[in-house]
Design a protein around this ligand. Structure first.
Ligand code: SAJ
Length: 414
């Protein structure tokens, strides 16, 4: 009978997951190396922006069902949700998972269930199991003892959309891959305490690949739209109209072009497939390259526009990685804006309704200022629309009247 669940990594996935388990009356221990995150959670507050999360965490802490600590403590379940970035030439960096396995091993006891949720290259769950087994020779593990092992280990990827995490955690189906049938069944039973979607069982390797496949599918499809936008630009065809028309076909559903692909998932995860099978993942690699190349193409469009105006004032509308959120991490809009400032072609006016202050990365750029959309529209010679925030919809008419607009999201031209 599971009583205590430790969630290791209190980020965008770990904290909402911890709070939801706590709302189902489990005793939840949140573990994070970041002291600020731990102190904030223990005050019933949140250190990340996600709708409804603040209420959930406040209620869980007030009810005494959620506390946060910096080192793992004994529990019945350990759920790992730490980052898996890449290093060097897009090689997966598993050092956070390795560090967790080092800190977790001493508190493991027979009967415990360990679940990995971090997006990971195929084989990581087995690697985690091997790290734990090496640290605890007194316990048996499923990679050697199958269903009779002391410790159960499973992989269960998160697949929630930032901005909708609390709802999607409950409603989405979950794919669960245990290292043995018993591992899968125990993990599925645990998720069923709050998941309304189906909990579908498979192997750990398939579950790892499934998560990577979902995000690669989206990346390849966005790359198709981005490539079309570049082709259409050179053929003088409105890509937004073209996609609308093509999507009238019952079996065609093209995504939307943009200034590039941002965020910490879709621009990263396909590389985990490429790094395992570099010779075979040709389409997946090319899609990444197409999407990573899009910000440079946008800069080239701005360069061409700048040539026709002396000392231009350039406005960038939007800096976040996608519409209607405040998240600037891995944002192509931010990359374009920073690159533009560095070119010193003229003053750069930046409009981002979701932030109050420019990030520190702009400190060196004395030609950049955060301004209102009204000021940007009044003063800019060139306007670059980078994010289609809902707030910008009112600007459609003034933007249509402006002589020089580079519209990467199809808000004016679409
Ligand atoms: N984008 C386009 N055109 C589109 C759709 C998206 O250019 O038609 C761009 C966005 O502007 C953004 C990037 O792609 O820069 C990624 O945005 P997104 O909304 O596609 O995805 P994320 O990164 O917010 O969340 C994804 C989701 N994965 C899928 O939809 C397959 C989410 O379900 C995952 O849980 C999340 O990655 C994750 O954590 O892996």
């Amino acid at each position: 009978m599971v009583k205590t669940i430790s969630v290791i990594g209190l980020g965008y996935i770990g904290l909402p997951t911890a709070a939801i388990f706590a709302s189902r009356r489990f005793k939840v221990i949140g573990v994070d190396v970041n002291r600020h995150a731990v102190d904030t959670v223990n005050r019933g507050k949140v250190h990340i922006v996600e709708p409804d999360l603040d209420m959930l965490v406040q209620a869980a802490v007030a009810a005494g069902n959620l506390k946060a600590v910096t080192m793992p403590e004994p529990s019945d379940v350990f759920l790992i949700a730490v980052p898996t970035p890449f290093k060097g030439d897009h090689e997966p960096d598993l050092r956070h998972i390795e560090a967790v396995s080092r800190n977790l091993a001493p508190v493991l006891k027979s009967g415990d269930l360990v679940i990995l949720e971090s997006t990971s290259p195929v084989g990581t769950t087995e690697q985690l199991a091997n790290w734990l087994a090496a640290a605890r020779p007194d316990l048996t593990f499923p990679q050697t003892h199958g269903d009779t092992s002391d410790i159960r280990i499973a992989y269960c990827p998160e697949r929630v959309l930032p901005g909708h995490v609390v709802r999607e955690l409950v409603q989405n189906d979950r794919v669960i891959g245990g290292l043995s049938a018993r591992c899968s069944n125990e993990a599925a039973a645990l998720y069923k305490s709050f998941v309304e979607g189906d909990c579908v069982i498979t192997t750990a390797r398939t579950a790892e690949m499934c998560k990577l496949t979902e995000n690669s599918f989206r990346d390849v499809n966005i790359a198709f739209a981005n490539e079309l936008s570049i082709i259409c630009d050179s053929l003088d065809i409105n890509v937004w109209e073209l996609i609308r028309l093509a999507n009238r076909h019952p079996r065609v559903n093209i995504l939307q072009p943009g200034p590039g692909v941002g965020g910490h998932c879709i621009a990263v995860d396909p590389w985990f497939i490429v790094s395992k099978t570099p010779e075979r993942a040709r389409l997946i690699r090319t899609a990444r390259e197409v999407n990573d190349g899009k910000p440079h193409w946008v800069i080239d469009k701005i360069r061409a526009a700048v040539a026709s105006v002396e000392k231009p004032t350039i406005a960038c509308l939007g800096l976040s990685f996608k519409p209607n959120i405040d998240d600037l991490r891995e944002s192509p809009a931010l990359e374009i804006a920073l690159d533009l400032c560095g070119k010193n072609w003229g003053e750069v006016l930046l409009v981002e309704p979701y932030i109050e202050k420019l990030p520190d990365s702009f400190e060196l750029h004395k030609n950049a200022r955060l301004v209102s959309s009204t000021e940007a529209l009044e003063r800019a010679d060139i306007i670059v629309l980078l994010v289609d925030h809902a707030q910008f919809k009112d600007l459609k008419v003034p933007l249509t009247l402006h002589p020089l607009v580079i519209d990467t999201r199809g808000m004016v031209a679409g």
